[in-house]
Design a protein around this ligand. Structure first.
Ligand SMILES: Cc1cc2nc3c(=O)[nH]c(=O)nc-3n(C[C@H](O)[C@H](O)[C@H](O)COP(=O)(O)OP(=O)(O)OC[C@H]3O[C@@H](n4cnc5c(N)ncnc54)[C@H](O)[C@@H]3O)c2cc1C
Ligand code: FES
Length: 381
């Protein structure tokens, strides 16, 4: 291209923009180019959708099996073992929580989860709200699923208590791999969804109960999970999928260590960040102030020293996109403009660049004083 000089080149830019303006005003508002891959991607992953609660069954005290249908979209694809989120405005708060999907991945008209009442706001709502209540949802999240390129075909799902849910979802997929389910409970009565588990044994899955108190009625291993019990059932080169309460995860980690299972063969469902108040630095105040830059506006909200920044946003009714709540996915990322924070040490999934530029995953950061934060413009529920 010939350089004519600053003035004529700058004026040339105006001439080009005129040509562009004319082309834009004459253009169709429809996308005229065929995009079969984009169309398929939209169909398979339609983004957030509204779910309507259609059935709630009490399994035992405080544990419910919930089924939802899509309000105006079919249930999108997910991999057995993955989780979904439910978001809802409840009172002045706006809450999101993660739930492992425990229905058949081939069903497109409904989707189910198992919830255990924890005394928190979302499980209270899910266990008492009227049938027909709607929630915003994202479906098919997280890396907790069998991937033939990565995992061995010998799959051992090691679960405890209400963490049985991924074993149920993976049971529907058991023709894809050799499935052994090791299910730990305190007593026989605490075994959840037993009928469904027994059903999977008809299609080749093996289910072994490990019951702390033992059982007179069903064959089981008595006691807590140990390396010896795992070794007895794991077979050749297993890939482990582990889900259960935090103390069980610690025990399993230790016992798998004794068996020298390589880390690439262990997948653990990571629970939401929850640092106890005693493990946090001593606070100077109970409540700090967060100044939030959202677009051009400034908003000030309170934040408890013993709750994450994400919980402060939720309590203030400010929706910040989030999913795993365990520091891994990065959806809840915000920029710290000023102020000190404590970062949950076991859930630091930040990229190096994020650390350099002072971004935090707000589900994993606790305020240590007043803070100033930059947020993406949130969309409402
Ligand atoms: C990957 C993954 C999968 C999971 N799968 C399941 C599953 O299959 N089944 C299941 O039951 N659970 C599952 N969970 C746990 C689930 O996401 C919730 O944490 C659990 O249901 C409890 O939710 P809750 O709101 O009742 O209580 P919590 O999440 O424990 O909430 C209590 C906390 O919320 C905060 N809080 C209290 N009041 C408010 C308010 N008004 N506004 C904002 N915040 C407030 C406080 O910090 C309080 O400590 C999973 C979690 C993860 C990370
Ligand atoms: S919600 Fe996934 S990192 Fe915070």
């Amino acid at each position: 291209m010939k350089i004519k000089g600053i003035l004529s080149d700058a004026l040339g830019a105006f001439r080009v923009s005129k040509v562009y303006k004319k082309a834009i005003s004459n253009a169709s508002s429809e996308n005229v180019f065929p995009d079969p891959i984009g169309d398929l991607a939209k169909k398979l992953h339609p983004g957030p959708l509204t779910l309507r609660l259609i059935e709630r069954t009490k399994i035992v005290e405080g544990v419910f099996f919930l089924t939802f249908e899509g309000v105006d979209k079919a249930i999108p694809l997910f991999r057995p073992g993955q989780f979904m989120t439910l978001s809802k405005r409840i009172g002045t708060s706006v809450l999101t929580r993660a739930y492992t999907i425990c229905s058949d991945y081939r069903k497109r008209d409904s989707i189910s989860i198992l919830i255990k009442k924890m005394g928190g706001p979302m499980t209270e709502t899910l266990s008492t709200c009227p049938i027909g209540e709607t929630f915003l949802s994202e479906i098919g999240l997280g890396p907790f699923f069998y991937e033939p390129l990565r995992d061995s075909k010998n799959v051992v799902v090691l679960v405890g208590g209400s963490g049985v849910t991924p074993a149920i979802a993976m049971g529907y997929d058991s023709k894809e791999y050799d499935l052994t389910i090791l299910y730990c409970t305190n007593s026989e009565e605490e075994i959840l969804l037993r009928e469904q588990l027994e059903e999977f044994t008809k299609t080749g899955a093996r289910v072994v109960y490990i019951i702390r108190d033992g059982s007179k009625n069903i064959p089981c291993e008595k006691g807590l999970i140990t390396a010896e019990i795992i070794a007895k059932y794991m077979g050749e080169d297993p890939t482990f999928f582990v889900c259960g309460p935090a103390p069980m995860l610690e025990t399993v980690k230790r016992e798998l260590g004794k068996l020298h299972i390589p880390p690439r063969r262990i997948r653990m469902e990571v629970p939401s960040v929850n640092v106890s108040a005693g493990a946090l630095p001593v606070p100077t105040r109970e409540i700090y102030e967060l100044t939030l830059h959202i677009g051009k506006s400034l908003t000030k909200i309170p934040a408890r020293y013993d709750e994450t920044l994400l919980t402060a946003f939720e309590r203030a009714g400010i929706f910040v996109h989030n999913a795993c709540r365990s520091g891994a996915c990065g959806y809840c990322r915000v920029k710290v403009l000023s102020g000190e924070f404590f970062y949950a040490p076991t859930s630091d999934g930040r990229r190096h660049a994020d650390k350099e530029l002072n971004y935090v995953h707000s589900c994993s950061a606790y305020p240590l004083g007043d803070m100033e934060l930059l947020l993406d413009i949130p969309h409402d529920l």
